[in-house]
Design a protein. Sequence first.
Length: 91
Amino acid sequence: MRRNPFASFSGATNREQYLERYVLREHKRGRAFAEILDDAYIRNRSTPAERARLLERPDVVAAIGEHSLRELRSVDAAGVTSKSAGQAAVE
């Protein structure tokens, strides 16, 4: 099997790519990123530097961003709903 001569340009090792897939898969299952990164599975298979690099990978950043937006929208919607209900009770 021939190795890709340009593989070193991608900046990520096979292990980092596998860890990224694991993190994204677990996140899709509903787990929080902090919980996933604290998994024994992740800690045993990566260095702190590799875990930090995971947070720089575009797909992971996008997933974190999407998750954060969903949380903010749900908090905002709940806040608007409770404010509306509170104002209705005052009036």
